[in-house]
Design a protein around this ligand. Structure first.
Ligand code: NAD
Ligand code: UDP
Length: 335
C-alpha cells in the first residue's frame, strides 16, 4: 500500500516515515523543504536501511501534486505539510492561510481527481483554546485565538464538508498535544530555525550551552507550582498513533476526530527538573512575565484514541527528556 506523506522531511513526519516503513508500508515523501532539510531523509534512510522516494514540491502547486498522483497509485495521504509558528502567523496571517488552508484545499482537490479519498490530517489541541476544564475531550467547544489555530480549524471543517458532499471519503483528524523527544538513535529530531519558540528545544539548547538562560513565562498561573501545565507526548508515540490510524482508516465510516496526548500534564518547572536529572546538566532559568496568548493548563483525555485506535502513549517524561537530550547533544547544531 502506497502512502503519501506530505511534510515527511519535518519533525513529526520524519519519525512517522520510520515507523511506517518498519510496519511494511511503501512511503513517498512530498516536501518543499521550507522548514526541513534533505539530511533528515538521509538519516531516516540509514535508520530503516532503505532508500526513500522523495518528491520536492509544494502543496499549493496543482501540477506538482498531479505529477505525483499520476505516477503513483496512492491509497492514503498523511498530511503534515504546513507552517506551525503561532507568533509568525499573527504577523503574517495570509502566509499561513495560503499554505495551511489553500495548500490543503489544493491537495484534497487533486486527491479527489485521482480517486484517492483517504486522509489523515495533523490538527492541534490549539483548536480547544482555553478549555473550561481538563482533561480535554474531543467534543469540547472549539475556540481559536490566532491565525495558525484558525487555519487548523478551517481545514478540519473543510474535511467535514468534503465528507458531507461525498461520503466515500475516509477522514481522520488527529489533534496533537505537545510533541517532544526524538528517535532513540539520536539521529533525527526537532530542528527549529533560530531561537526556539517551544519549551523542550529551548531547554535542550540551554543544557547544551547554545542558549544562556531559559525564560519561564509566568509563575502565577493557577497550577501546581504556578507555571504552565501541558501534555507532553513523545514524538515516537505520536507517530505510532498515525500507523494505528492508517491501519484502521478504511473501516471508519464517519470522519474521526481523535486526541493524541498522554493524559498527564507537567509544569514547566517539572520539565526543567526532569531534563536536568537525565542530562546531568544544569538548565539555568529565570521567571519572566506571562507570554501573551498562553493558557494555564492543557492536557488530553486520550480514552477515545485507546478505544478506536487501540493506541495509548507509553513513553515517560524521563524518556522524552533522555531522547531530546541524546538528539541535542549528538547534533548541537541540528542537521
Ligand atoms: P515541521 O515544520 O517540522 O514539518 C512540516 C513540513 O512541511 C516541513 O518539512 C516543511 O518543509 C513542509 N512544508 C511546509 N510548507 C509546505 C508546502 N507548501 N509544501 C510542501 N511542504 C511544505 O513541523 P512538525 O512539527 O513536524 O509538524 C507537522 C504538522 O503537525 C504541521 O501541520 C503542524 O502544524 C502540526 N502540529 C505540530 C505540532 C508541534 O508542536 N510540532 C503540534 C500540533 C500540530
Ligand atoms: N514556555 C516557557 N518558556 C519558553 C517556552 C515555553 O516557559 O521559552 C512555557 C509556555 O509558557 C507553556 C509551556 O512552556 O506553558 C509550553 O510552551 P510551548 O510553546 O512549548 O507549547 P504551547 O504553548 O504550544 O503549549
Amino acid at each position: 500500500m502506497k502512502v503519501l506523506v506530505t511534510g515527511g522531511a519535518g519533525y513529526i513526519g520524519s519519525h512517522t516515515v520510520v515507523l511506517l516503513i518498519e510496519a511494511g508500508y511503501e512511503v513517498l515523501v512530498f516536501d518543499n523543504f521550507c522548514n526541513s532539510s534533505r539530511e533528515s531523509i538521509r538519516r531516516v534512510e540509514k535508520i530503516v536501511n532503505q532508500e526513500i522516494t522523495v518528491i520536492e514540491g509544494d502543496i499549493r502547486n496543482r501540477d506538482d501534486l498531479r505529477n505525483v498522483f499520476e505516477k503513483y497509485a496512492i491509497s492514503t495521504v498523511i498530511h503534515f505539510a504546513g507552517l506551525k509558528a503561532v507568533g509568525e502567523s499573527v504577523e503574517k496571517p495570509l502566509k499561513y492561510y495560503d499554505t495551511n488552508v489553500n495548500g490543503s484545499a489544493v491537495l484534497f482537490e487533486v486527491m479527489a481527481e485521482h480517486n484517492c479519498k483517504s486522509i489523515i490530517f495533523s490538527s492541534s489541541a490549539t483548536v480547544y483554546g482555553d478549555p473550561h476544564t481538563t482533561p480535554i475531550l474531543e467534543n469540547f467547544p472549539l475556540f481559536v485565538t490566532n491565525p495558525y489555530g484558525r487555519s487548523k480549524l478551517m481545514v478540519e471543517e473543510i474535511l467535514r464538508d468534503i465528507y458531507v458532499s461525498d461520503n466515500e471519503w475516509k477522514i481522520v483528524l488527529l489533534r496533537y498535544f505537545n510533541p517532544v523527544g526524538a528517535h532513540e538513535s539520536g539521529t533525527i529530531g526537532e530542528n527549529p530555525n533560530g531561537i526556539p519558540n517551544n519549551l523542550m528545544p529551548f531547554i535542550a539548547q540551554t543544557a547544551v550551552g547554545k542558549r544562556e538562560i531559559l525564560s519561564v513565562f509566568g509563575d502565577d498561573y493557577d497550577t501546581k507550582d504556578g507555571t504552565g501545565v501541558r501534555d507532553y507526548i513523545h514524538v515516537v508515540d505520536l507517530s505510532r498513533g498515525h500507523v494505528q490510524a492508517l491501519e484502521r482508516i478504511s473501516s471508519f465510516r464517519d470522519p474521526m476526530t481523535i486526541n493524541l496526548g498522554t493524559g498527564t500534564g507537567y509544569s514547566v518547572l517539572e520539565m526543567i527538573k526532569a531534563f536536568e536529572k537525565v542530562s546531568e546538566k544544569k538548565v539555568p532559568y529565570k521567571i519572566v512575565p506571562r507570554r501573551a496568548g498562553d493558557i494555564a493548563t492543557c492536557f488530553a483525555d486520550p480514552s477515545y484514541a485507546k478505544k478506536v485506535l487501540d493506541w495509548e502513549a507509553t513513553k515517560t517524561i524521563d524518556e522524552m527528556c533522555k531522547d531530546s537530550w541524546h538528539w541535542q547533544s549528538k547534533n548541537p547544531n541540528g542537521y
